[in-house]
Design a protein around this ligand. Sequence first.
Ligand SMILES: Cc1ncc(COP(=O)(O)O)c(C=O)c1O
Length: 405
Amino acid sequence: MNDVFADRVVTGSEDRLAEMFGGSLGENGIKFSAGNPNSELFPIAQMKQAFNKAIDKSGSQIFEYQTVSGFEKLRERLAQWAGQTADINITADNILVTQGGQQALDLIGKLMLNAGDEIVVEAPTYVGALSAFDQYDPCYYDVEMDDDGINLEQLELVLQAHPNIKLLYTVPDFHNPTGVTLSFRKREKLVELAERYDFFILEDTPYRDLRYKGIKLPAIKSFDRHGRVLYVSSFSKILMPGLRVGWVAADKILIERLRKLKTSSDLETPGIVLAALDQYMENNDLSKHIAEMLPTYRSRLEAMLAVLDKTMPTDVRYTRPEGGFFIWLTLPEVIDAQKLLSEICIPKDRISFVPGKVFYAQRNRKNGMRLNFSGVDEEQIKVGITKLAKSIRSAITANKVGAVL
Ligand SMILES: Cc1ncc(COP(=O)(O)O)c(C=O)c1O
């Protein structure tokens, strides 16, 4: 059967996304594995109104084929939003609307990566990006994450050793999976390095507006003077993932090429969804909606950090994010998070997390785990993290007496 498939399907493209979620938890299970926004915060009534208005306004025309780049008016709004939220100075012509940020990642991979082309990714990094890039069979170079984002000394060594590196993929704000945010200094420096070593930066930032403490930082793209940064954002985390609307902001030449690739792939993003989103933004204040969600997420983050502080063994390290959806735990190196999940946490504790291996391009590290706090309430956090800490402690003790988990 394998001869039926193209090489990209047979080689190098194991399904990273499918690997993420492990077994079923049953009814009272607690899921720290999801990456979802809290659906109770979705503005359903307003969105229903927006869809109705979009249909009333345009009638059957809205169900015709539209334009591939997405509604001009919505793109104008997005350009304005990029200025307001990320200090990016662009116009509607610099924007392509996509089916979620995920399609943008895929199209950029398709645009830029021949088999064997060299790309730098953070270690760990967003599994969906690896899954998109895997299709194009690139050569990955991993660079470590520090508490303030990608390690620039290590990055520079990699760039010196591999002068053909084309692209660097980064999630600078409340990184998935670690929750870490790239510092101001490093944002500026990354653009300088891109100029000096002649590569492009893919800045993927769906969590950017979900900041619960600290000061907002300008986007990497705001430092870009020569069109080296492709900025990808999405409505999935700040509004609703089911809309499947994301967008790329980049130099017009790149946008034009991406538009052609999108046409070949799906013709366009559904016009009715874009028209409804445009209506939503016309009649509602998106910033206000985001501000109203923040206290819920902030309390969940604080609750999780408080229980972690209280219960985790001292040899377990974890990040202290200022926003987003995730906290990253690093266990002692001898512990395999995948085994902990499938042998103890799922069957006995009825809790789940995402074991770290899938977030590494080379799948070569097993002692990390991603915990989601946005989709669980404070009681679940207290009960679930206490159980997790207990199981980790037992695994560490068992390991010390020789029973490797
Ligand atoms: C860092 C990152 N990029 C992109 C995406 C894709 O999101 P969507 O396609 O829903 O916009 C996600 C989703 O979890 C993400 O975490």
